[in-house]
Design a protein around this ligand. Structure first.
Ligand code: FE2
Ligand code: FE2
Length: 170
């Protein structure tokens, strides 16, 4: 008898797909930025890809640990082209807002099912999404300040390149 119900594990499997889709989107964006010689942004986006993979594996481990079935689905193809770096981060923010909405809906489902263990797991995701929305919003503000000028863009790119594995949210 699994300790996670089918409706909850179904919903968690959908979330795994969203996290992997997020990872894939960031990987595509990173490759695009690298092609534009925006090495700082490329590195930032590559770290984000790794983070999203961790979000997915955390859910996979949870389902497995609660006796559920992990059911991986196809991942949507991400765009290969972006207008500019501002376009990239506007899409990041929009994407993360949609992920937050999905996590909130999932949380509601777990709450209605009185599945406290899943709610405890999802607390981590709820907290994580605050940062996942704040960071791109800050980067968008920086890019808007920098305007369309090459020196401004280079400065933002350099700032993004300062992000390290030790401080994933920075
Ligand atoms: Fe995520
Ligand atoms: Fe994310």
């Amino acid at each position: 008898m699994p300790r996670v119900t089918k409706p909850i594990s179904d919903a968690l499997n959908d979330q795994i797909n969203r996290e992997l889709e997020s990872a894939y989107v960031y990987l595509a964006m990173s490759a695009w930025a690298d092609g534009k010689n925006l090495r700082g942004a490329a590195g930032w986006l590559r770290l984000q890809w790794e983070e999203e993979l961790q979000h997915a594996t955390k859910l996979i481990d949870y389902i497995a640990g609660r006796g559920g079935t992990v059911d991986l689905k196809a991942i949507t193809k991400p765009p290969a082209r972006y207008k500019d770096l501002l376009d990239v981060f506007r899409q990041v923010l929009k994407h993360e807002e949609a992920v937050t909405a999905a996590i909130n809906a999932l949380y509601g489902k777990a709450a209605r099912a009185r599945d406290y263990a899943t709610q405890a797991l999802l607390d981590w995701y709820v907290n994580e999404q605050v940062e996942e929305e704040n960071t791109p919003a800050e980067i968008i503000a920086m890019l808007e300040l920098a305007g369309d000028t090459p020196p401004g863009l280079l400065m933002v790119d350099q700032h993004l390149g300062e992000r390290s594995r030790a401080a994933p949210g920075a």
